[in-house]
Design a protein around this ligand. Structure first.
Ligand code: NAP
Length: 243
């Protein structure tokens, strides 16, 4: 039995560690970051070439089941996996980490709506944590931005007035609070990524009285089987591969 594990997240690495070497798992990374944290076991890196490319790869590699443990905002690869597994009749699971409760945050549907919210409220010093692909929508917003990302955004997408902070989580509460205060931040923009690694910024914002603009998650494809934890996903894989 062979399992494709679509990854690029801490949960995917934890799942690979829980299954390897008892189950043959091939982890797949998009190849976005030059120095990715690698899971244990075999890894392939790079896109498949759309849904058709993924289908061919699954057939050629004789894969028996697919676990999608990608980031909640990686909607394209998640849609491709759901579609192809349905077509091929392959067991398919989505490991979707629970969303954060938005609390008092202003919930918006997209980066564009988040940028409109920042402009409409006249926020002047914004902590922007929506990742390297999330800066373009803010390019023409008249504010200063502290932009945190793992890899540098394309310079064409950056607002004129900004400071770039290249780093990778996890982050802690004290550090996040200090960052908000040091930079006199008056708004935090975040995706609703969920998970513990980047959640301390929300608690720090609450303490500092900094309003939060939160981009809601894209919906999962209809009808997919979903679990919330690495442990549940490991149980599912073991049950599938035992049969
Ligand atoms: P996306 O928009 O859903 O995917 C775009 C394309 O990238 C896909 O069509 C696919 O190319 C390729 N791809 C994505 N994930 C892949 C994987 N695990 N293995 C092989 N190819 C993959 O995804 P994204 O938002 O660019 O995210 C890319 C990766 O970074 C994901 O693995 C995700 O878990 C991770 N990540 C994303 C975020 C985020 O905020 N979006 C944050 C942290 C980590 P083909 O069509 O050619 O197959």
């Amino acid at each position: 039995m062979k399992v494709l594990l679509l990854g690029g997240t801490g949960e995917a690495r934890a799942l690979a560690a829980a299954l390897h070497p008892a189950v043959e798992v091939i982890s797949s990374l998009a190849g976005r970051v030059p120095d990715p944290a690698l899971p244990v076991g075999p890894v392939r890196i790079g896109g498949f070439g759309g849904a058709e490319g993924m289908r061919q790869w699954l057939v050629d590699e004789h894969v028996d089941a697919v676990v999608d443990a990608t980031h909640p905002f990686a909607a394209t690869i998640t849609a491709h996996a759901a579609q192809v597994c349905t077509e091929l009749g392959l067991p398919h699971l989505v490991l979707a980490r629970p969303a954060w409760s938005p609390g008092t945050a202003t919930v918006v549907a997209s980066d564009t709506e988040a940028a409109e919210t920042v402009a409409a409220n006249g926020y002047a010093r914004v902590f922007l944590t929506t990742g390297r692909s999330g800066t373009r929508a803010f390019k023409d917003v008249d504010a200063w931005f502290l932009i945190r990302a793992v890899t540098p955004p394309d310079p064409d997408t950056l607002p004129a007035d900004h400071e770039l902070l290249l780093s990778r989580g996890p982050y802690d509460y004290a550090g996040e609070l200090a960052l908000l205060r040091e930079h006199r931040i008056d708004a935090l923009v975040t995706k609703n990524s969920g998970g513990a690694m980047t959640e301390p910024k929300l608690r720090a914002a609450e303490t500092a009285g900094v309003p939060v603009v939160m981009v809601d998650r894209p919906p999962l494809p209809p009808g997919v089987h979903t679990v919330a934890t690495v442990e549940e996903a490991a149980r599912w894989v073991k049950a599938e591969t035992a049969g």
